[in-house]
Write a protein of this length. Structure first.
Length: 130
């Protein structure tokens, strides 16, 4: 059962970072770049390119079950940075936007926890294609 749970978890988190991370950012490049610029992300354009590459490579790695522990750890670190820069609710006035960013911050914290757990366990004996 634990191998099946690990496989399902890897598939879900892998798809999340592939679709809503890398692919979304790639196809909405200008929007994402402007959003990052508005949040004063350092080296905005290079940061976005690195984020797309890391989310793409690491998500596929997690899905395939190869180097999934390292990939999960890299995505956890990346998500911590994204949380700090992009969901900085503490720098906002009270209101709907601040509550929305707080919700995103807390959601990402849960994702970080899952990634850290995945980085600490074996990837499961099931790999895609086997």
């Amino acid at each position: 059962m634990s191998n099946i749970n690990l496989l399902l978890g890897r598939i879900i988190i892998g798809i999340y970072f592939l679709v809503f991370g890398a692919i979304f950012k790639l196809f909405n490049y200008e929007f994402t770049l402007n959003y990052m610029f508005d949040h004063q992300v350092p080296y905005t354009e290079i940061s976005l390119i690195i984020t797309i590459i890391l989310q793409g490579i690491c998500s596929v790695s997690i899905l395939a079950g190869y180097y999934s522990k390292l990939s999960a750890f890299i995505l956890a670190l990346l998500t911590i940075l994204i949380n700090y820069y992009m969901h900085d609710f503490w720098n906002m006035s009270e209101g709907l936007e601040q509550r929305h960013e707080l919700q995103n911050f807390v959601k990402n914290t849960g994702i970080i926890a899952g990634l850290l757990i995945l980085s600490a366990v074996h990837p499961g004996k099931y790999k895609l294609g086997h």
